[in-house]
Write a protein that binds this ligand. Structure first.
Ligand code: NAI
Length: 289
């Protein structure tokens, strides 16, 4: 199977690794050449670490790497059977890319979005053949997280839905089919996890570390809400909250917090920028002060 990935950031790079590991030929496209160079170097490190841990051998590493081509022109994705878009969470930009992409690919190519919260119906409406559009939502980090939400829009054909479910299952992921509603399943359930934690902080009840430690110790979460927001990226997470809040007609349950908005505006994005609710070194490792 030939897979085209659009966007070589946190998610696109992980999805490319998953598809290449499963034997697909992958073309990873990004407008930013530096991002592509970084992904290639990062994947080399990740696979070398897997060799050290005895999970793969060097032949497997070579096989995965040779399955991925890094491209800087959307037209290069023309021969894809499936494309998965993982660019910025902005409906207008996504629609523009989808409409251009459709002019290059064949009629039976599935065009999927990894959006966390946007309407798949709205993205599909940018296509001449909206029935080929579906949401395929991976979680971060894509190579490690088992669950993938598959979201049919009201326009999506049954054939496209079934092919998508089959492909994701072949990639050894667990599929949850979700309706096309804001935040789908996981991101909707997760909003109060972040939102209430931010409100507890804003009300002066406890600091970030105390809240995180409470949730890890008692709640048995692997990461506390502030650690997780830093991991996801405060820019990405804030936009998702704002989208869900707006899409639910300003239901106060999903109201975004100013703390997160200011952090995103200040560029305190979390691990990827070196500073968020906590500080990180250049390898993304937490610096304990
Ligand atoms: P990111 O900011 O890490 O990466 C986005 C990449 O897209 C960048 O490399 C950028 O250069 C590229 N890009 C931007 N505009 C482009 C265009 N027009 N054409 C081609 N490339 C373009 O973002 P991230 O975190 O990977 O998120 C991508 C999508 O995945 C978003 O829709 C987000 O909501 C979703 N998502 C994010 C998760 C996360 O934990 N970060 C989890 C699941 C979904």
């Amino acid at each position: 199977m030939k897979v085209g990935i659009i966007g070589g950031g946190t998610m696109g790079s992980g999805i490319a690794q998953v598809a290449a590991t499963s034997g697909c030929t992958v073309k990873l496209y990004d407008t930013n050449q530096t991002a592509l160079d970084k992904v290639e170097a990062a994947l080399d490190k990740i696979l070398s670490r897997l060799i050290e841990k005895g999970r793969i051998d060097s032949d497997e590493k070579n096989r995965i790497q040779s399955n991925i081509n890094y491209v800087d022109n959307l037209k290069d994705l023309a021969d894809s059977n499936l494309t998965i878009e993982a660019i910025i969470e902005n409906i207008d930009i996504k629609k523009k890319v989808f409409s251009e992409l459709e002019s290059y690919v064949s009629d039976d190519c599935i065009i999927a979005s990894n959006t966390s919260s946007l309407s798949i119906a709205s993205i599909a409406a940018s296509l001449k053949k909206p029935e080929r559009c579906v949401g395929i939502h991976f979680f971060n980090p894509a190579p490690l997280m088992k669950l993938v939400e598959v979201i049919p829009a009201i326009q999506t054909s049954e054939e496209v839905l079934q092919k998508s479910i089959q492909t994701i299952s072949d990639w050894k992921k667990v599929v949850a089919v979700a309706k096309d509603t804001p935040g789908f399943i996981v991101n909707r359930v997760a909003r109060p996890f972040y939102g209430e934690a931010l409100r507890i902080y804003e009300e002066g009840i406890a600091d970030f570390a105390t809240i995180d430690n409470a949730m890890k110790t008692i709640g048995k979460f692997r990461m506390g809400p502030f650690e997780l927001m830093d991991f996801i990226g405060n820019d990405v997470n804030y936009v998702v909250t704002e989208t869900v809040f707006t899409a639910f007609y300003f239901d106060p349950r999903y109201k975004p917090a100013f703390t997160q908005k200011r952090f995103a505006e200040a560029g305190y994005l979390g691990r990827k920028s070196g500073k968020g609710y906590y500080n990180y070194d250049k390898n993304g490792k937490r610096v304990i002060q």
